[in-house]
Design a protein around this ligand. Structure first.
Ligand code: IFM
Length: 460
């Protein structure tokens, strides 16, 4: 596919554009058994043989919990004006519901204060997959009570931090939490049941609505939204069958979440495709749920990494869709196609079909097998090119009329990449996991210089 020019122009971006880096709690914090944190589903999953590459876990991760101040200095040195992080539910409400753990709140309070002192805007995600294990024991996301518990937890966090945190993301990537967690079992808790995964998707969306409600109640001057992982779906050919397959793929990955979040019903074509596995057929969509899920938000967060190219494939999976690997394209270390033009296409489509008040790219980045040179540098040119192309694609989307308001690079630093353990590095900072030494990669230097120039332009 045609790719945008490589080097983006910092002057294309408006004043007050948000430039950030992103992380999540379980992936970087470590201190898994400290200060009253209870086990999450990821602790359990990691302890289950065969689930995570090399049997790795988040016990130590980047040891961020103990290195908070130096990590905040690192973020500041990157010139960004925003930092997206997530709060670990098991640190705050270790029993899932009820008792609050002050030590957990204190950690995030210090984090927020440290950011504000450094003139960096905190972007807080309430849920990035570390569900307290006690709640999984009571049914996890396929159970409606888990959404209600998230509402209570959101009430606690917004009450404690809402005086200083004005940007809130409710749920990160409900598609991943629902489908990888309960559908194909690649993620915690590792279940493989289609109906369960769609029950989970409905309750994750309900939790989003309850999260919005908590933010509105406790932080009336805040901006709140959800982060969805979206990938534009293209048909392999112009045939009607392939176009229909791309529409099904779009229903699965994109419309299933976008439609209800933007105040519509679930997409009827996909409800029918799911049949008995749909939350509707399971009797899970109760009166008032769609109003709750579709409550007005201030922005849409999009995590974008690649696109899908699909063909009609009768008998393939539950959707009769097969994903292809287009020849001649570049691929990242996850074998994800580098497809920046699809970012522009996706943003323009979102603006046209859903008209969000603002769109933030809340994650974008790439994994490659990095190596450290003898001189201690990490020259990750492929990743730098990836960022250049995608930032340029954001500029193109903006020029085409999408209300782009910010961009967060994934990730601040190499970290625990879920089922892939520490094997897949996404950082713009290299982490030596033996010594915990952090080294800014070539891509990090490029990003720092770019966002600095973009913000200097704004002062001129
Ligand atoms: O590391 C993850 C992150 O937790 C959620 N979005 C995708 C990233 C890369 O796989």
């Amino acid at each position: 596919m045609t790719q945008p020019k490589t080097e983006p122009n910092p002057q294309r971006f408006p004043p007050r554009f948000t430039w950030g880096v992103a992380t999540s709690s379980y992936q970087i914090e470590g201190a898994a058994h400290e200060d009253g944190r209870s086990p999450s589903i990821w602790d359990t999953f990691c302890a289950t043989p065969g689930k995570v590459l090399n049997g790795e876990n988040g016990d130590v991760a980047c040891d961020h919990y103990h290195r908070l101040d130096t990590d905040l200095d690192l973020i500041q040195s990157m010139g960004v004006n925003a930092y997206r992080f997530s709060v670990a539910w098991p640190r705050i409400v270790p029993d899932g519901r009820g008792r609050t753990n002050q030590a957990g709140l204190d950690f995030y309070s210090r984090l927020v204060d440290g950011l504000l002192t450094r003139n960096i805007t905190p972007w807080l995600t309430l849920y990035h997959w570390d569900l307290p294990q006690v709640l999984q024991d009571k049914g996890g996301w396929p159970a409606r009570d888990t959404a209600l518990a998230l509402g209570d937890y959101a009430d606690v966090v917004t009450t404690a931090l809402g005086d200083r945190v004005k940007h809130w993301i409710t749920i990160n990537e409900p598609w991943v939490a629902a489908f990888l967690g309960y559908g194909n079992g690649i993620h915690a808790p590792g279940h493989t049941d289609l109906a369960e995964s769609f029950a989970a998707s409905h309750h994750l969306l309900l939790a989003h609505g309850l999260g919005v409600q908590a933010v509105r109640k406790n932080v009336p001057d805040a901006q709140v939204g959800i982060t969805l992982n979206l990938a534009a779906a293209y048909p392999a050919t112009d045939s009607e069958a392939d176009k229909a397959a791309a529409w099904r793929q779009d229903g699965f990955a994109n419309r299933w979440y976008l439609d209800p979040v933007f105040g519509q019903d679930y997409p009827q074509d996909f409800v029918e495709l799911l049949g008995a596995a749909s939350p509707q057929a399971q009797g899970l969509v109760l009166p008032g749920d769609l109003e709750m899920i579709g409550a007005k938000t201030d922005f849409l967060g999009v995590n974008m990494y690649t696109r899908s190219v699909v063909e009609d494939a009768p008998g393939e999976g539950f959707m009769n869709v097969r994903g292809l690997r287009p020849e001649g394209s570049e691929y990242t270390g996850f074998d994800w196609e580098v497809a920046p033009q699809s970012l522009t296409d996706l943003m323009l489509r979102l603006q046209k079909d859903y008209n969000p008040a603002a769109i933030y790219i809340t994650e974008n980045g790439a994994t490659y097998p990095d190596t450290m040179n003898a001189d201690g540098s990490v020259q990750d040119d492929a990743r730098t090119r990836y960022f250049q192309q995608h930032v340029a694609a954001v500029g193109d989307a903006m020029a085409g009329g999408a209300k782009m308001a910010g961009y967060f690079a994934w990730s601040l630093m190499d970290n625990f990449e879920w089922a892939e353990g520490y094997d897949k590095r996404f950082g713009i900072v290299y982490v030596d996991f033996d010594t915990q030494v952090r080294t800014l990669k070539g891509s990090g230097q490029w990003y720092r210089d770019f966002v600095t120039r973009a913000q200097e332009g704004q002062l001129a």
